[in-house]
Design a protein around this ligand. Structure first.
Ligand code: SF4
Ligand code: SF4
Length: 195
């Protein structure tokens, strides 16, 4: 087990607090949450069911915090979460959830799936399975204050109101533009009517 993976599993264990544990233990596998998730309804692929997206976190809870799960793990009946599995799960957890909250609204036992997906993202980020672009944007936000790397001078330029041109700035225009501007100012307003 690599150090980063161990850190990630520990982060998983840390995010499993009382609400998360009670959500997992109260799930009745009715599938209603799947019917509200657009990623599932648009594809029909069971991997996009909200509760399914949480599978590595659910297994960590089962194996670490329930007696049955601990026994199953000891007997080799419950598959341990692996680094490869988390890497494969990253697109499901990050790219296949908009955090819209629809799944949390319909769960008949009150499971807040959106909160659980957010918790799972915390664990995934801790062991380096967050998407590369997200890591870069977060680093930029911390170091420069902008996830897109926009500098303060750019913000100032975009937010400073434009001043109307002065006679001096007009005369500073290049000759050809100045001529064309002069020509257009001499042109009658309705050139068609004069034709
Ligand atoms: S709606 Fe709730 S109880 Fe039903 S499968 Fe989803 S999480 Fe489990
Ligand atoms: S919060 Fe995520 S998992 Fe839940 S319905 Fe919205 S997109 Fe699907």
């Amino acid at each position: 087990m690599s150090a980063s993976f161990e850190r990630g599993i520990n982060a998983f264990k840390e995010v499993i607090d009382a609400p998360v544990a009670s959500f997992f233990s109260s799930c009745v596998h009715c599938g209603l949450c799947a019917e509200t998730c657009l990623f599932y309804t648009e594809t029909g692929d069971p991997q996009y069911a909200p509760i399914r997206k949480l599978e590595p976190l659910r297994r960590t809870w089962f194996q670490e915090y329930t007696l049955l799960g601990r026994l199953a793990k000891l007997a080799g009946l419950s598959k341990p979460v692996t680094d490869e599995e988390l890497a494969a799960w990253s697109p499901l957890v990050y790219d296949s959830c908009s955090m819209c909250g629809r799944c949390s609204m319909v769960c008949p036992v009150g499971n807040d799936l959106t909160l659980m997906i957010r918790k799972m993202r915390e664990g995934m980020a801790a062991d380096g399975h967050a998407p590369e672009g997200l890591i870069t944007a977060t680093t930029r936000a911390v170091t420069s204050g902008s996830p897109a790397g926009v500098k303060w001078v750019t913000v100032q330029a975009q937010t400073t109101p434009m001043k109307p041109p002065t006679a001096a700035s007009r005369s500073a225009l290049p000759t050809s533009r100045a001529n064309s501007s002069a020509a257009s100012s001499r042109r009658p307003r309705n050139s068609r009517s004069s034709a």
